[in-house]
Design a protein around this ligand. Structure first.
Ligand SMILES: C[S@@+](CC[C@H](N)C(=O)[O-])C[C@H]1O[C@@H](n2cnc3c(N)ncnc32)[C@H](O)[C@@H]1O
Length: 340
């Protein structure tokens, strides 16, 4: 069910002659040999001895502090704007007939992260009342929420590109440092955007938006930061926010991505789930796992594909195999209403 679909938006630079590998910086849609897959599997197994439960618990309970530390150090110098966004996800600016070039290497910048510090969540939207039907962006006609927005490298391009007067963009992150950086950005316009601190894995916490009101939810390299045991409830909770027919868009790490193979012994927290040197955590998905998570949340598959790229460091003559997964899932409430 979750086999790769066709992916016309992705790049089309294919490596047909292996002798040409260092002629370009990246190659699209690279095939993995069985041998390469087996080597990757072996490497993962070698480093799959999990850390003791108390260590795991510590990383998990302080996860937002580690991310605060990351943003305190890097501020907004990481995760630069992605021009591929609108090619891969036209839903973010549906009325714009953009003629973007094919995808120039997606989100490879996400793997190098450092130290931690502390910070705390503000729960600032708790005071907002939904009872009178009024909420930020309540009069909007097209609502997008980005979860785990970091410093806004998706949000600001959306605000710039999507000039629909009915647009309202929500964005949240459990790092209060990241949210502060979003709010202090000169492009932050409270008339079109609302940033708030929120922990995706806290399924009891309220969002400042009623259920059934969002057209699009975006998750870019965020679900992978959650402990795998928290993923299902978090996705199911988010799905409730979608309007009938609304879509959830995800791009995240795929199994055997270079970043996974680079983890050394002593960094594994659970199967395919690791802690980086800076205390932030990361999971590596298969297409089937994502398919299952979304299906359980009653979302219907529109797209589930794997993007395998070969990145090349021509100077150092190094090759790096990246694996990303991209999904689009549609709320099918209207379908089930109709069926019943
Ligand atoms: C790899 S970064 C990606 C940031 C952003 N989406 C981007 O692509 O630039 C992961 C982000 O998810 C946030 N995050 C991790 N776990 C979260 C959670 N449980 N709730 C909300 N945000 C979370 C982190 O603070 C961080 O900003």
């Amino acid at each position: 069910t979750s086999a790769p679909s066709s992916r016309p938006q992705f790049g089309t630079r294919f490596l047909t002659d292996p002798r040409q590998v260092f002629q370009h910086n990246a190659w699209d849609n690279v095939e993995w040999t069985d041998e390469q897959e087996a080597t990757a599997k072996k490497k993962v197994l070698e480093n799959s001895q999990p850390l003791p439960p108390e260590k795991q618990e510590e990383y998990d309970s302080r996860a937002n502090e580690y991310w605060n530390g990351f943003y305190t150090i890097h501020e907004n110098r990481f995760f630069k704007d992605r021009h591929w966004l609108f090619t891969e996800f036209p839903e973010l600016a549906p009325q714009c007939s953009l003629n973007h070039e094919s995808h120039p290497g997606a989100s490879g910048a996400v793997e190098s992260q450092q130290n931690s510090q502390d910070g705390e969540q503000s729960g600032e939207h708790a005071a907002l009342s939904h009872t009178d039907g009024d909420f930020p962006g309540s009069s909007a006609t097209y609502r997008i929420l980005e979860v785990g927005c970091g410093v806004g490298n998706t949000v600001f391009p959306i605000l710039k590109t999507n000039n629909d007067p009915g647009l309202f963009v929500y964005c949240c992150d459990f790092s209060s440092t990241a949210v502060e950086l979003v709010k202090s950005n000169p492009e932050y316009d409270p008339g079109r955007c609302y940033a708030f601190v929120h922990d995706l894995s806290d399924v009891e916490a309220n969002y400042p938006i009623p259920d059934g009101t969002l057209d699009v939810i975006v998750l870019i390299f965020v679900l992978s930061a959650l402990h795998p045991k928290k993923m299902q409830a978090s996705i199911s909770r988010l799905a409730r926010l979608l309007k009938p027919g609304g879509v959830m868009l995800l791009r995240d790490y795929g199994r055997y991505d270079m970043a996974q193979l680079r983890f050394k012994k002593g960094r594994c927290l659970a199967e395919n789930f690791y802690v980086r040197g800076d205390g932030t955590q990361v999971y590596f998905f298969t297409q089937d796992e994502l398919h299952e998570l979304f299906t359980q949340a009653k979302l219907e598959k529109v797209q589930n594909l794997v993007d395998r790229r070969l990145q090349v460091n021509r100077g150092k003559q190094l090759t790096m195999y990246r694996v990303w997964i991209q999904c689009k899932k549609k709320d099918n409430k209207s379908v089930s209403n109709w069926l019943y």
